[in-house]
Design a protein around this ligand. Sequence first.
Ligand SMILES: CC(C)(COP(=O)(O)OP(=O)(O)OC[C@H]1O[C@@H](n2cnc3c(N)ncnc32)[C@H](O)[C@@H]1OP(=O)(O)O)[C@@H](O)C(=O)NCCC(=O)NCCS
Length: 157
Amino acid sequence: MQPSDVFANTTNEITYRLITAEDIDTVMDIERKAHSHPWRRSSFEDCLQGRQKCWLAIVNNEIRGYIVVAHGGGDAELLNVVVAPTWQRKGLGRQMLEHAVKAVETHADMLFLEVRVSNHRAIELYSAEGFFEVGHRKNYYPTVNGHEDALLMARQL
Ligand SMILES: CC(C)(COP(=O)(O)OP(=O)(O)OC[C@H]1O[C@@H](n2cnc3c(N)ncnc32)[C@H](O)[C@@H]1OP(=O)(O)O)[C@@H](O)C(=O)NCCC(=O)NCCS
């Protein structure tokens, strides 16, 4: 872990810190409530090894959201972003995205992501924050009764 990884940045009342093993139960609870196809626990455990970084957004000692990013070879990837359902549409998603951009912009020139084509609110957020469409992956995500495409988006850092 680099010194910058333990730096806790406070913007208004939001404090950011990296996930620890003790946070995973809470994060999994939010993940299951927020996503139709939640990540497995092992994906968050991978974040403890440092291959990808899961930043928690804490308000009043409560985990209200998290954002997972990885970087390497001059590019960065946004792997997951979730705001706990009761705290959505209050600006936290946008602020977490800004935090993640700051965390990777000295390591990468471009930030990429994949999103379900049906996830209009996430696509709205990404478009408003400077991401543009760079492609599609056909039948990339499972749905309850089949598959749906992924939209690939990117933002210059
Ligand atoms: C996508 C998500 C992270 C957005 O977080 P949020 O805190 O609710 O978003 P914000 O309040 O910061 O909204 C920022 C912008 O996103 C867009 N947006 C967010 N929610 C929206 C909604 N329900 N409908 C339309 N646009 C929406 C808007 O452009 C909004 O800006 P505005 O409020 O000025 O109109 C949140 O909805 C979420 O956790 N969803 C479930 C998990 C998920 O789908 N993650 C993305 C995986 S790729």
